[in-house]
Design a protein around this ligand. Structure first.
Ligand code: NAD
Length: 353
């Protein structure tokens, strides 16, 4: 029981279900927008074109150049297309990379955003934008970054490959894990995170057995919404810092990096806050939150060692240096030696005790 808390309220309108993509036009109208630029990655351009056709006159064009980690050069090209199109809004159809591009445009132009996420990465409910320029990744939080509307359409996640389904779900679980001990958490966020753990625990094995299962896809996307909300409304700590170090300075893939680090960062902080992380231990079994997540990762075939994303043992020293460059809050105090030891575990891939 939390004896005191602040709950800021949720500002984003959410439309969730199967076939909800068809409501994109109505949602734009609700925002008072008659024209929107559709955004996607090159890989999802066909879906973006189909959405543009369905939107008819409301579609001001398609920009299919979204890329991982929101490179500023891509944003500049997209803004030129946005301004030329005469649109007042963007519709971001895709994973975190596409949502990131929509946010970067909105921040610079005040465009309204309708985000239509197709992975479980969880950018859509947040006010966070990570961008890269000349090989450096910077992150900022600003209310102008948060999408006005999010449409979750379960049908769009049916094409998500099994590998990305698994790592993207682990990425989502990482948001909930850090929310459980966030100093600014509230009962609403905690309830959502608890529900998400159960939904992933039952939904993910079902999805591996049957990637087209409508019930399991619904469960997983619902859980992703809960975890995205957690990410968007409370502060994150060591786990997200380490994922940022590897993604930003070693260019490791986003979802896999979160997936690999998760059992080890959880076990590290569990020593300090076992009660806060008890909902994870309860959901995943195994006697501890870190151990339970490691067992679950093994069961669903999620990568468990930093070696699997091309990190060498020598890289761990530099990563540890970068991780302690700036101070940030974390439930368990640490120094460089602690981080180096944690990274060694994540590199060895052995089950945390
Ligand atoms: P992604 O958006 O790069 O997608 C990976 C690939 O999968 C892309 O080619 C994409 O087109 C494809 N894809 C997406 N959905 C698909 C589907 N349903 N079917 C088939 N293919 C599909 O990857 P991601 O993991 O979703 O997002 C990672 C990015 O998001 C990173 O840049 C990360 O920093 C950012 N992110 C930001 C926040 C935030 O709050 N700012 C939160 C989470 C992630």
């Amino acid at each position: 029981m939390m004896e005191s808390f602040v709950f800021p309220g949720l500002t984003t309108r959410v439309v969730f279900g199967s076939g909800t993509l068809a409501q994109a036009g109505d949602e734009l109208e609700r925002l008072g927008q008659s024209r929107a630029l559709i955004l996607s990655t090159p890989h999802q351009e066909d879906e973006a074109q189909r959405l543009a056709e369905a939107l008819g006159k409301r579609a001001a064009g398609v920009f299919a150049g979204a890329a991982m980690h929101t490179p500023v050069e891509v944003t500049q090209k997209a803004i030129a297309a946005y301004e030329k199109s005469g649109a007042g809004a963007v519709v971001s159809l895709g994973g975190g990379s596409t949502t990131g591009l929509g946010k970067a445009i909105a921040l610079r132009t005040s465009a309204d955003q309708v985000a239509i996420p197709t992975t479980y990465a969880g950018s859509e409910m947040t006010d966070i934008l990570g961008e890269t320029s000349e090989g450096r990744k910077t992150t900022r939080r600003d209310p102008a970054i948060r999408p006005e509307t999010v449409i979750y359409d379960v049908d769009l996640t049916r094409t998500l490959p099994v590998g990305l389904t698994v790592t993207s779900a682990m990425n989502a679980i990482a948001h909930a894990m850090e929310a459980f001990y966030a100093p600014d958490r509230s009962p609403v966020i905690e309830l959502m995170c608890r529900d998400a753990m159960q939904a992933f625990k039952t939904g993910l094995p079902q999805l591996i057995a049957d990637p087209q299962s409508q019930q399991a896809r619904t469960r997983a996307l619902y859980a992703a919404w809960c975890c995205s909300t957690a990410l968007g409304y409370v502060s994150m700590a060591l786990h997200h810092k380490l994922a940022h170090v590897f993604g930003g300075s070693f260019d490791t893939p986003h979802a896999e990096t979160h997936a690999i680090l998760l059992p080890y960062t959880t076990a590290f902080n569990e020593v300090a806050v076992p009660e806060a992380l008890a909902p994870i231990a309860e959901a995943f079994g195994g006697g501890s939150a870190g151990g339970g997540l490691w067992d679950f990762a093994s069961e669903v075939g999620s990568p468990l060692s930093l070696q699997e994303v091309g990190i060498s043992e020598a890289d761990l020293d530099r990563a540890a240096d970068l991780a302690v460059e700036n101070r940030y809050s974390n439930p368990r105090p640490f120094d460089r030696a602690d981080i180096r030891a944690l990274l060694q575990q994540a590199w060895d891939g052995a089950r945390p005790g």
